[in-house]
Design a protein around this ligand. Structure first.
Ligand code: ADP
Ligand code: MG
Length: 134
């Protein structure tokens, strides 16, 4: 589907939160600036997370508790050796109360569950993005 503003991406994430239940893993695919973290901000809001969501780029992972579900958000972009985080990731994935969201998860493919949602975001122009959910 075509998303034509940041606000619409936030709403898409928020709406998606109403269609899912933990435990669930969501893999986000898209270039830098595609809008992956923006989608997760909307998702967090929809899950009833009150804290401000910030990109986990430097910390690799951030956890939030929400009214509907907890959220653990990973960003492996800057991680040289994903090995050190795999146990942590496996724990989040297997937690029945957690929605696990992963940006830049190529190196983690081995442990991502088969039944995960894969959301692909493509930059079209300054304000437009093509989003595919499967
Ligand atoms: P990523 O996590 O994929 O690197 P971010 O969500 O951090 O991307 O950044 C996306 C940037 O693109 C933000 O600055 C946001 O304001 C901008 N933007 C413009 N239009 C859109 C849109 N339709 N959807 C998402 N982000 C958008
Ligand atoms: Mg990001």
């Amino acid at each position: 589907m075509l998303i034509t503003s940041e606000e619409e991406m936030l709403r898409l994430g928020e709406k998606f939160a109403n269609e899912i239940l933990p435990p669930l893993t969501i893999e986000l695919i898209g270039d830098v600036g595609a809008g992956k973290t923006t989608f997760v901000r909307g998702l967090a809001k929809g899950l009833g997370v009150k804290d401000e969501l910030s990109s986990p780029s430097f910390t690799i992972s951030r956890s939030y508790s929400g009214e509907k579900a907890d959220l653990v958000h990973y960003d492996f972009y800057r991680l040289q050796d994903p090995g050190i985080m795999m146990e942590d990731l496996a724990e989040a994935i297997s937690d029945p109360a957690v929605i696990t969201v992963i940006e830049w998860g190529q190196s983690t493919q081995g442990i991502l569950p088969e039944n995960r949602k894969i959301i692909t975001i493509k930059y079209i122009d300054e304000n437009s993005r093509e989003v595919e959910i499967k």
